[in-house]
Every structure is written in C-alpha cells, then in structure tokens.
Write a protein that binds this ligand. Structure first.
Ligand code: SF4
Ligand code: SF4
Length: 376
C-alpha cells in the first residue's frame, strides 16, 4: 500500500461518524477491562517478565528452537512441516486436504497474515470460521480490525444483516445472534472433514500445542473432525509447558480477560478420542532474522497496544494492513512489505502510549521510527 492509499483509507474511516464513536467507546471499554484483569491477577506483571525471558531464550537461536519443538512434537500420526514462505504453507495445506473438503477453523492471525481462507476457498475447499467475530468478518469479506477482537468495530445492526440470511431466522438481539450461530455451526462441526486451529504457544519440552478460546469453538474444532491442522509460527515456541501456559495466561490478562474460558493443551492424537491425525505447519515468513525488527517477535499478540493507540481509537482497522495499528506496523514490515509498513509509519504520533501498556515492553515507537527512517 502506498502512502496515498493509506491516507485515503484513513480519511474514509474519519468520515464515518458511527464508526468513530463506536471505536472510541469500544477501545475505552477494552482498556478498562485490561486494568481490572491485571488488578485481579497480582502476579501478572511478574509472569510477563518470566514470559519475556523465556521467549528471548528461544529467539536467540530460532532454528534450534524449531528443531527442539519438532523432535518433541513428532510421533505416530503427528506430522510436522516447516514453511519458509506463505506459498510453501499453502502448498502443504493443499497436500493434506482436497477440493470439496469442508473444514471448521478457529481464529488464527497466521491464517489472516497469509490470507489462507481466501486461498482455500479459491481451491474449492469450504471453510467456516467458528469464532463469532471471525465469522462476521468472513461474511462481510473484510479484514480483522484487531488481533483479539476482529469485529470490534461492527455495529449490532450490521452483524444482524450479515447473520440473518445465513442462520435463516430473525435475530432480535446479541444473545439470539450467538444462539443462532451456535445452532447453525453445530451441524457443520459434526460433518467437517478437517479442523484448523492456530496456536497461542508451543512447548519445546513436551511438544504440546496450547491455545485459548472464550466461545468453546476451539474445543469442537480441534476434537470433532478426524483431521486436525495446526497453523503456527516460529516465535510461539517456549522452553517448557509451564512457560507456554504462563504465556497464554499473560496474553489473556493483558487482552482484558479476567478469566479466559478455555485453555486447550493438545498432545494427541489418541486411538480412541479426538482427531486421528494432526498436521502442524510452522511458518517463518520473514521472522527468522537478526536485524532490529527481531524485537517484534517478543509480541504475544494481546492487542493492548492497539487499544491504547490514539490513532486506532479514532480509525481502528483502517490504520493497517492485516496487522493494524502500533505493533501492526513492524509486523507488516516483517510479514508483508516494508514499503507498506513505511506508508503506515507516517501516521504514528510518537506518543508512546503503546509502549506503556505492552507486557513485553517492546519499544514500538522506536521500531516505527526506524521503519519510517529506513533504518531497518
Ligand atoms: S506511538 Fe504511534 S503507534 Fe504508539 S500509541 Fe502513539 S500513535 Fe500509536
Ligand atoms: S506489542 Fe505488546 S501490547 Fe502489542 S500486541 Fe504485542 S505484546 Fe501486546
């Protein structure tokens, strides 16, 4: 995206008054929830430090961290794949599933990063997003506005317009929307050929996949279909299962969830329960690097910096390309295009709010400055 295209996108968002008001209210509410969650868990700041240290140790030699995880993960009907590029990942997926297959998927930023759903749909593979926010984004054919709450900017009215034709009934309020989608998805879960999940963390000692959900969709996605595909990326590896659990808990707390509803740990498959085979694909896509942008990999994708950012508070997802606002700028430089990241960086106010709230203490404004100044 050029500077002009970003500018136009931001101007268009500024003209939508309802979007501006909705974004402002939603972000204030999210920051309040985050404060309460941190207060409720006094250990969370100490855990954030532990997570940063554990993550740093794995990032010091990413290739051997990947190898350690691979050794612990592989086993009977458990297949590991390394994908250097998005194209590699898509080809691997295409060797596991075939046109005509139907899949259920829970939220994955790696999937968004490489536009995986769009790729699969283009190949005749039907895929249903099972997270309510992501399902709305899929129906609207839009990009997520935020890492954790993808449809944060969508009004109730717009959600109703999108859901009623699919669910086939009148949806009077938010509860009826949730129940309507739940009923619709239930049938699909039982007939799906494959499930697809992202990972919030991976443990190098036990080869476990850890992910969190609030809606219970992750449990059904990862246990009902016979085939499970995990898509993940190299910076999610932690030395031990304990570190990985601390990481997902820290992510949830700093995202503003006082209690995350479900924490899943996958070690299977087992002969009698759950999927019969698991395929884990680990993506690099520019992450294995040694320049200053490497600091970005400490990010645990809690989304706090996005909510704290005054630009995001006004225009939300319009300031970004897949990864939006604040840390979204360096993520764009790593996984998509440095030119697009540079166009985005021009709109940073250098206020430092993002750095203040980051549990990993990433110097986001400095990273953005370096991108803008072509120092990285
Ligand atoms: S420094 Fe830039 S990215 Fe960070 S909160 Fe301020 S405007 Fe947003
Ligand atoms: S940069 Fe920090 S605050 Fe932003 S999403 Fe990553 S961990 Fe959270």
């Amino acid at each position: 995206m050029s500077y002009k295209q970003v500018h136009r996108k931001i101007l268009r968002a500024l003209q939508k008054e309802d979007l501006r008001k909705g974004s402002e209210a939603a972000t204030k509410d999210e920051l309040k929830k985050r404060r309460y969650a941190i207060e409720a868990h006094k250990y969370s700041l100490k855990w954030a430090e532990d997570v940063k240290n554990a993550k740093s140790s794995m990032l010091s030699d990413i290739e051997s961290s990947v190898e350690k995880f691979r050794e612990a993960f592989e086993g009977k009907n458990k297949h590991f794949y390394f994908a250097k590029t998005p194209e590699n990942l898509k080809n691997i997926i295409y060797s596991i599933i075939k046109p005509g297959d139907v899949g259920v998927k829970s939220k994955s930023m790696v999937g968004e990063e490489i536009e995986l759903r769009q790729f699969m749909e283009g190949k005749g593979i039907k895929i249903y997003e099972t997270d309510l926010g992501e399902f709305l984004i899929q129906l609207a054919n839009e990009k997520p506005a935020h890492m954790v709450t993808p449809a944060v900017n969508m009004s109730e009215e717009r959600a109703r317009e999108l859901l009623e034709p699919v669910v086939g009934e009148k949806l009077s309020d938010v509860t009826s929307m949730v129940l309507g989608v739940r009923k619709f998805m239930r049938k699909i879960f039982f007939s799906a050929d494959f499930g697809m999940v992202g990972a919030n963390a991976l443990s190098a000692d036990t080869g476990s996949v850890i992910f969190i959900t609030n809606e219970g969709n992750g449990a059904l996605t990862s246990t009902l279909p016979d085939k499970l595909i995990v898509i993940t990326s190299v910076e999610k590896i932690y030395p031990t299962l304990l570190d990985a659990i601390k990481a997902v808990t820290t992510q949830a707390i700093f995202s503003g969830f006082e209690y995350t509803t479900y924490v899943h740990i996958i070690n299977g498959p087992y002969d009698l329960y759950g999927p019969k085979e698991i395929h884990l694909i680990m993506l690099d896509n520019g992450r294995i690097r040694e320049d200053d942008l490497k600091e970005t990999l400490l990010c645990i994708k809690c989304g706090a910096c996005q909510f704290a950012c005054p630009v995001f508070q006004v225009v939300d997802g319009a300031w970004g390309h897949i990864y939006t606002a604040a840390i979204g700028v360096p993520w764009t430089a790593i996984t998509n295009s440095k030119d697009t990241a540079r166009s985005l960086a021009a709109f940073c106010l250098e206020c430092g709010k993002c750095r203040e709230v980051c549990p990993m203490k990433i110097d986001i404004p400095e990273l953005i400055r370096k991108i803008r100044a072509k120092e990285v």
